[in-house]
Design a binder for this molecule. Structure first.
Ligand SMILES: Nc1ncnc2c1ncn2[C@@H]1O[C@H](COP(=O)(O)OP(=O)(O)O)[C@@H](O)[C@H]1O
Ligand SMILES: [Mg+2]
Length: 455
């Protein structure tokens, strides 16, 4: 946008400057010519002693001779189209076209009058007015008409008196040629300056722009980094509190379960009491399971990184999943051919992956779950992406916003900790967790980990 606008402005600048300069050129050249013609009129009158009486009695043979000798040579001037000499009565007393002598023809009475008062006037005749001025009409399209005063030849008088006006019509062809050349040169210079200016500005702009972009990028990265740290802190703090509570609850809970089991062994209790004891034991075990899960959450806060082979890690997780959740669930893993080694805490990564697989199975219990491993860059850092894909119904936008919030769940009996813990684990490893719906239905949850191989 900037490039287009500035290029357009430079073009406008070049054209406008060219056009205004052309007018200025033309006027300066005409002014210069007028001054020369004025000097010429003065010199010729002096040289040939042309006097007021010659002007008045222009039909006399002596006057004709003086005037012809005086102004005749002007015919030799290049580009001269017409010469007229007016006396103070505005009558043409001499012309290169003898038919005009004795007439009062002029279209510029105003300029003629001013010339009579000692001023030099220059008029540029356009094509239309041309016929009138030149009277007989000529082949040239336009002309410059100069009115120069003719002074009394006696120079000893301080205020020499104007005795007539020399009117010279000249072809502007030469002038136009000069202007054209001047204009081309001017345009070339302005154009070159414009291009230099444009490229300098463009360079400056791109520099400023890229710096700005870089600063913005840095800022975004910083704020993302900040968000991650805040999230990490939140989860760490939450983990501490939860584990403290869990520990506090766990011991009495184990006591309750054990005591219930002991009480159940007593053969003398009534069937009703036995039923009640069984219900207490069941609730106690459920409670204990939940507490165990909470305790596992805190495990995520302590990580012990070691070099592990990812294929093996995934295989172990699947095996563990089959052991704990059920063998009938199909989990397909497309192993990578090469050995992929990463520096991670295998317990934590297994835990995160386990959560993904479990969620995937819960989303579509009878359908297979696919796990894939791929090398992928994240923000310019190379690493690996472990993805778990299911054939469930995915999640809607509302759920998407809260997926990673601790304790957010849409499932009956869900803890809402699977994804937040997985995210926490990823963050601890400098990685990220991603969730997306698949176009053909189902969801894909992945964990990206940087390929750090040295502690
Ligand atoms: N594979 C999935 N497909 C659809 N929704 C999912 C999937 N995995 C997780 N979710 C959504 O994210 C929520 C949070 O998941 P999670 O943190 O594992 O907690 P929980 O499994 O206890 O509900 C789930 O309740 C569910 O709404
Ligand atoms: Mg879950």
């Amino acid at each position: 946008m900037f490039a287009i606008v500035s290029l357009f402005m430079i073009i406008v600048m070049v054209v406008v400057t060219g056009l205004t300069q052309a007018l200025f050129f033309r006027q300066s050249i005409i002014d210069r010519e007028s001054v020369i013609v004025g000097d010429l009129a003065k010199a010729l009158a002096l040289e040939h002693s042309i006097s007021a009486s010659h002007m008045a009695k222009y039909t006399d043979a002596e006057a004709i001779e003086h005037l012809s000798q005086g102004f005749g040579p002007l015919k030799q001037l290049s580009g001269t189209q017409r010469i007229k000499v007016f006396n103070r009565d505005y009558t043409i007393v001499w012309s290169d076209d003898s038919n005009l002598v004795g007439t009062k023809r002029t279209s510029h009475i105003d300029d003629l009058t001013r010339a009579m008062h000692g001023e030099i006037r220059a008029v540029l005749n356009s094509k239309e007015s041309n016929g009138n001025i030149l009277n007989q009409g000529t082949s040239t399209p336009e002309s410059i008409e100069i009115y120069a005063p003719i002074f009394q030849s006696k120079l000893d008088k301080p205020n020499a008196e104007v005795i007539g006006v020399l009117s010279l019509y000249r072809s502007p062809l030469g002038l136009n040629e000069t202007i054209r050349h001047g204009l081309y040169l001017l345009w070339a210079v302005i154009g070159a300056t414009g291009i230099i200016l444009f490229s300098a500005l463009y360079k400056l702009f791109t520099l400023v722009y890229s710096r700005q972009k870089l600063a913005e990028l840095r800022f975004t990265k910083l704020s993302e980094e900040h968000d991650r740290i805040v999230q990490l802190e939140k989860l760490s703090a939450m983990g501490e509190i939860v584990s403290e509570i869990a520990h506090q609850i766990n011991n009495p809970l184990v006591g309750v379960i054990n005591l219930t089991q002991i009480a159940e062994r007593d053969p003398d209790i009534s069937p009703k009491t036995r039923r009640l004891l069984a219900a207490i034991e069941k609730s106690g075990i459920e409670c204990s399971d939940f507490v165990q899960r909470l305790l596992r959450l805190n495990q995520a806060a302590r990580s012990e990184p070691q070099l592990v082979e990812v294929n093996e890690l995934v295989r172990d997780t699947i095996a563990f999943f089959h052991q704990t959740i059920g063998k009938h669930h199909t989990v397909i893993f497309a192993e990578s051919d090469s050995h992929v080694m990463i520096l991670v805490d295998p317990v934590l990564i297994r835990h995160a992956l386990f959560n993904f697989i479990h969620n995937a199975i819960l989303a579509a219990p009878d359908k297979p779950v696919a796990i894939s491993l791929a090398a992928e860059k994240h923000e310019g850092v190379s690493g690996y992406l472990l993805s778990v894909t299911d054939s469930g119904s995915g999640f809607d936008d509302e759920v998407a916003k809260k997926l990673f919030k601790p304790f957010f769940t849409t499932r009956q009996g869900g803890t809402g900790l699977g994804l937040s813990v997985a995210q926490f684990i990823a963050m601890k490893h400098g990685g990220v967790v991603r969730a997306k719906n698949l176009s053909g239905g189902g969801a894909c949850f992945s964990i990206w980990l940087p390929s750090v191989t040295k502690p």
